[in-house]
Design a protein around this ligand. Sequence first.
Ligand code: SF4
Length: 569
Amino acid sequence: MTQTATDTSNRSEGSARPERPSRPAAKPHGQWKVDGTEPLNANETWKQEDGGLNVRERIEQVYSKQGFDSIDGTDLHGRFRWYGLYTQRKPGIDGGKTATLEPHELEDKYFMLRVRIDGGALSTEQLRVIAQISVDFARGSADLTDRQNIQLHWIRVEDVPEIWRRLEAVGLSTTEACGDVPRVILGSPVAGIAKDEIIDPTPLINALAERFIGDPELANLPRKYKTAITGHPSQDVVHEINDFALVGVVHPELGAGYDLWVGGGLSTSARLAERLGVFVSPEVAPEVWLGVTSIFRDYGYRRMRTKARLKFLMNDWGPEKFRTVLETEYLGYALPDGPAAPKPSSPGDHVGVHEQKDGRFYIGVAPTVGRVSGDKLLALASLIESHGSLRLRTTPHQKLVILDVPGDQVDSLVAGLEPLGLTAKPSIFRRSTIACTGIEYCKLAIVETKVTAATAIAELEKRLADLVASGELVDPIALHINGCPNSCARIQTADIGLKGMMLPTPGGDPTPGFQVHLGGGLASANREEAGLGRTIRGLKVTVEDLPDYVERVVRTFVSTRSEGETFAE
Ligand code: SF4
């Protein structure tokens, strides 16, 4: 046999082995439990040196008195977020410059302020306070976000202490509305009132918010941490795209409780959450939430911010290992296996008039792409009260639900809401279109979104009226519009998702437009299961051509679909 250079079978014992090049040591992920807490990037360093929650005192004692220019850079671009404050975009800067200008060149001396509304639950008194803050300090701006917050703009640092004083006087806050913390807790907008509710998550949402929001032990997570909890069979809190989610189920032996989902998130590397296969009773739900959140704090990846969301850990561990670590290291007991929730049987946006379990009614109304104003919200508070209700909820679909309306007040209230731009009978286009903040205020934006979306809605209502009138187009087709490659408007979960970008033109100057994603959607009455939309390679549309494009897609779908086929299919 000829011995080749690679044949080592006859090598005599004791002969020197060639040195193997040593493998480069695996890079640490920055997991506290594994690698220690030595910070591996600038964000982690400042978070450890002086946590985000500590900035409140400086805002109250120094910055609000000495003005914008006195603000330390790390506080301004880092710690301010722990109180829901981001600098907003300077007006008039073209989207093509977003990637080339430095952050300080893009930002204005005003802030966006996010008011967190856990569970979306508001009294009319609280609504009035937010509305008056909008009028007094935010040039009347107010947007309903798709995470049940209300976002104000044009806020000056000088006014922040007074805004906090007013909010906190009625039990609201901006604490941990942004930052590497547990963000607002999404909750079913019909919690505690819906006839067909499986379990009311209100006590759980309140307990989590009271016990853990602002807790320094959980105020330095690897990145943002999103929670969603529902006990309604419509699964109305977009649970598949949250880090931690509980969905109401009935266990055949243990009764009503929750099915636990972990590790969802969009933006880059979009990933749907996975079930751990456990049943979570309401009694243990707070410690299960604390356990999963603590896993994220201790094992979450902190080396690179682009890989720091819980979804990356879940991707590497998988649900089995995640469950084992949760039970053995954090809970100290095993959770029972649990059933999956059945497919939703009704839309989760709660639009329209519905009877509550106590015989009164709730009314879900749609503004256009979440945009309202301080004046409108003030008028809304008075209108609701004059019709016998003192409560409302924001929703994860940029809608509002008014609760506890006596039967004899429903028609009058529905009519009174219309002049405020809040309709209980929206067109299918208005009902299912959402848009992120976009270039008007967001420093990361490349294109305008809110006006673009409102224009598209108005155009589609006109152009596709024939299909709606003939009954050929019945189900809403979700159109989600983002101003940049992030996914604040959840484009991967839309029938038609649009990602803002500059598009080349034959003439040379780039023009604002969108990359198209098609066929995404979360669990709903219209589809079997959640799925992320596909990027249609090369399919891009300018802002100007958007209504033409959507009209074409919808007409093609209607004329070519087979019986019962949904848009997602
Ligand atoms: Fe800003 Fe982009 Fe988020 Fe829109 S998707 S709000 S443009 S970061």
